[in-house]
Design a protein around this ligand. Structure first.
Ligand SMILES: [Zn+2]
Length: 262
């Protein structure tokens, strides 16, 4: 689709008249009309406003002239899996697993490869092929070529290490030592736990990225521990195969003042 058709389509799908849209993005109704006849294209600032208003990328507004690829993991990007900047706007350079809320998830290629390989194997690659392909392609991506510039001075790595220490200090019976935390999307790990008084509850936001891992229980055969954390809380649960019969073991608010104390 061309930009003019995309803009017309989005405006009508959002139930806006030309005049209503014009008011929202600070242009005249005539300007909106000219976009939709293809006479003109919105300028950069207006494209940003439209992107925010419709929650679609500027690339999509312009008819997808660029084939977007995550500049950290190499995954082809579509709007629903774009990462978001701290202000909630879409970031067209990274997927939401590599970049969330203005923070990069990975600073180590080996760790990223360990996460990507199982996904690629499920799409038909052999493990060896997947590793070889990632080894070859990752170093060429912008994020890894300019790692130092993207680095947050080690703050994210420090948080990960701190969360690992705090999870291990809980000494939950049967929970093996947690060595690594991976970026996990809330939607994929948002189990519904039965509450003691009846009913059930979920604790995660589907669209937020958390740090977590799954470990086999040392005491109960066939059950796994799930650990999840971010700057605000620690969560430990157990579940059976495929997340069945989930039990919440612990959900604890973190003390932000504890960060950096050792
Ligand atoms: Zn990515």
């Amino acid at each position: 689709m061309e930009t003019k058709d995309i803009l017309l389509d989005l405006r009508t799908r959002h139930g806006l008249s030309q005049g209503e849209l014009a008011e929202k993005v600070f242009v005249t109704r005539q300007a909106v009309s000219r976009w939709e006849t293809g006479e003109t294209v919105p300028n950069t600032e207006t494209l940003k406003l439209l992107s925010g208003l419709y929650d679609v990328s500027i690339n999509t507004l312009l008819g997808s002239p660029r084939k977007l690829v995550c500049q950290c993991c190499g995954m082809p990007l579509e709007d629903p899996i774009l990462g978001r900047n701290r202000d909630g706007s879409l970031n067209e350079d990274y997927c939401k697993w590599c970049y969330a809320d203005g923070t990069f998830t990975y600073s180590d290629q080996d760790e990223l490869i360990d996460v990507c390989v199982p996904n690629m194997v499920s799409r038909g690659f052999t493990e060896e092929q997947a590793r070889a392909l990632l080894r070859e392609t990752l170093p060429e991506l912008d994020y890894w070529m300019h790692l130092a510039e993207h680095s947050d001075g080690g703050r994210f790595e420090a948080l990960k290490k701190q969360l690992l220490d705090e999870l291990n200090a809980l000494s939950v019976p049967g929970l093996p030592k947690v060595e690594r935390l991976y970026a996990l999307l809330g939607r994929d790990v948002n189990l519904s736990y039965p509450l003691p008084g009846g009913g059930s509850a979920r604790f995660l936001n589907d669209e937020t990225t958390y740090l977590g891992n799954q470990l086999p229980s040392e005491t109960e055969k066939g059950r796994c521990f799930g650990v999840l954390a971010n700057a605000d809380f620690l969560l430990v649960c157990t579940y059976g195969e495929g997340g069945s019969d989930p039990q919440l073991i612990l959900y604890q608010k973190r003390d932000p003042a504890g960060v950096g104390k050792d």
